[in-house]
Design a protein around this ligand. Structure first.
Ligand code: ARG
Length: 267
């Protein structure tokens, strides 16, 4: 099935503030290389048959390349983002303008939430299930707000490891009903919830998770993921998926990889 995505090129990408443990303002960023690697990701998604919309990057918003954080959409309804840190707040308006051009219903959030960074959707689990992370960025109150906005059950999962500060670095949908995740990123109770909901999930290692392997984009068959997550790629292939490795080393310096750069547009 053809998917629709939104991406924003890292033309203005630098690390000039640190809002997660991966960011170090002393690290030099090769912006040209970042753009080249980003272009490789975009071309990969297009080659797999998907549609990629491009959001114009803005000067002064270096993290805009992490387009997944700008909103969360389900069946043509968009629950907008409200960023935790002031450095990123202005990104939400750029995403809103994009959804307005699509004519989708946009629900303005009152609660802090970072879009697909902390929300994901499984259309075939319980007839349509939202998973939502909290603990570092998105507030639990936003989970309830998203449930009201989208009319889908939202399951709250608590993240406990600051290195895995967004849900999308700790858990990924592989198809319409199954996920891969790293248990160590979640509270004991949330782990139990995940075992109950997804008894046949693929369990990632800490190394794969640190390599941003779970920050992947799957179309149900092809799984685009960081080339550094080699063990996870093997596990995915054994499970019948086709891993498609891409190199995104520059964007790791901001604390993100494949999924962070890609917002899914669920029309
Ligand atoms: N530097 C960004 C931040 O800390 C990285 C965002 C990564 N995005 C994601 N979807 N996990 O906000």
């Amino acid at each position: 099935m053809r998917r629709s995505y939104l991406m924003s090129p890292p033309e203005h990408f630098v690390v000039e503030y640190a809002i997660n443990p991966w960011m170090d303002t002393n690290t030099a960023v090769d912006t040209e290389l970042a753009v080249k690697q980003w272009e490789g990701l975009r071309e990969t998604l297009v080659r797999l048959g998907h549609e990629v919309h491009v959001l114009t990057p803005e000067i002064g918003l270096p993290d805009m390349v992490y387009a997944a954080n700008g909103a969360f959409s389900v069946d043509g309804v968009v629950y907008g983002a409200r960023f935790k840190y002031p450095q990123r707040m202005a990104e939400a308006a750029a995403h809103r303008r994009f959804y307005d051009t699509l004519g989708w219903r946009f629900v303005t959030p009152s609660e802090t939430n970072e879009g697909e960074g902390d929300f994901t959707y499984l259309p075939a689990a319980l007839g349509g299930l939202v998973l939502a992370g909290h603990g570092f960025r998105t507030e639990v109150a936003a989970h309830a707000e998203a449930q009201e906005a989208l009319g889908r059950p939202v399951v709250s999962l608590r993240l406990i490891d600051p290195r895995f500060y967004h849900l999308d670095v700790a858990l990924a949908p592989l198809d319409d009903e199954n996920v891969a995740y790293y248990p160590g990123a979640f509270s004991e109770s949330s782990r139990r919830v995940l075992r109950q909901l997804f008894p046949s999930a693929i369990i990632a290692t800490e190394d794969d998770t640190l390599a941003f392997g779970l920050n992947l984009v799957s179309d149900g068959h092809n799984v685009v993921l960081s080339s550094e997550a080699t063990a996870l790629a093997v596990r995915l292939r054994e499970a019948g998926y086709t891993p498609v490795p891409v190199e995104l080393t520059e964007l790791k310096k901001g604390g993100g990889s494949v999924k962070c750069c890609v917002a899914e547009l669920r029309g």
